[in-house]
Write a protein that binds this ligand. Structure first.
Ligand code: PRT
Ligand code: MG
Length: 228
């Protein structure tokens, strides 16, 4: 049996067409069913629904053989694994494929009236609120910008509006959320998309079926790109 970890929402919505193109369909409608383990049209493949940020944990520890997670989530997970002493990048996660779905960018945003460029130029300490503490820390360290990172779990947009922080690091896709809160994107940190991750040990033990599935995903991504 192969177990694929997905998260409800954008990842599932965007992954289902890729799965379908690879010949895999779900037996239940995930939006209607309350099941967390979903059967597929293939007897040897099932889908488990987990929180987006839990996908790498499931795959790393073998609760799933493979999964789909945003690069944002993977970078934070990798940094945590490193900090816990697992060794540089040694999360046991093999990352074979950029699925090119759930695309967005990670950016720095501030209030319209905050002069980010001159704060950076003057070497001021900037208070940054974010869910992506590791990625943000790395970004500002690489630029030599002094920051105090404030960890939040959601509604980052509120931080500059209430005076909790000068800036936020968050994901942006349409820009509508920033605009609605009168925030401006002042720096793009990186492009984000969902990646396929595979448990390195499972790849050895279940090599044939996992390889076939990865190939199926790869063909589906190429076909989707050709259509776009
Ligand atoms: O909700 P939960 O805590 O379970 O997890 P999650 O919020 O991480 O899950 P989900 O489903 O919201 O996001 C899953 C993945 O989708 C993320 O890890 C990203 O890789 C990817 N993704 C793509 C996004 C966005 N686009 C996105 N726009 N994730 C979040 N957003 C949010 C963003 O944080 C901001 O609040 O949407 C808002 C901005 O959108 P715009 O269109 O207004 O700019
Ligand atoms: Mg969410």
């Amino acid at each position: 049996m192969i177990t694929l970890a997905l998260s409800k929402g954008r990842i599932l919505d965007d992954a289902l067409p890729l799965l379908a193109a690879a010949g895999v369909t779900l037996q239940d409608d995930p939006e209607k069913s309350r099941k967390l383990i979903l059967a597929t049209n293939r007897a040897d493949l099932r889908v488990v629904l987990v929180r987006a940020s839990d996908v790498p944990t499931y795959v790393q520890h073998g609760g799933a053989d493979l999964g789909v997670a945003g690069l944002d989530v993977l970078l934070e997970h990798g940094a945590e694994a490193d900090a816990s002493g697992a060794g540089a990048g040694n999360t046991g996660l093999y990352r074979p494929l950029d699925l090119r779905i759930a695309r967005c960018r990670m950016s720095v945003a501030t209030r319209e009236d905050f002069d980010y460029a001159s704060a950076v130029r003057q070497g001021s300490r900037i208070r940054v609120a974010t869910k992506y503490t590791q990625t943000a820390r790395q970004h500002f360290a690489a630029k030599g910008v002094h920051v105090d990172i404030i960890k939040l779990y959601g509604s980052m947009e509120l931080a500059p509006l209430t005076g909790l922080a000068d800036a936020i690091v968050d994901l942006v896709s349409t820009g509508g959320t920033l605009k609605a809160n009168r925030l401006v994107e002042v720096e793009r940190i990186m492009d984000i998309s969902a990646r396929l991750v595979v448990n390195a040990a499972a790849l050895k033990v279940k090599r044939e079926p996992l390889r076939a599935l990865i190939d199926g995903f790869e063909q589906a991504v190429l076909a989707a790109e050709a259509k776009a």
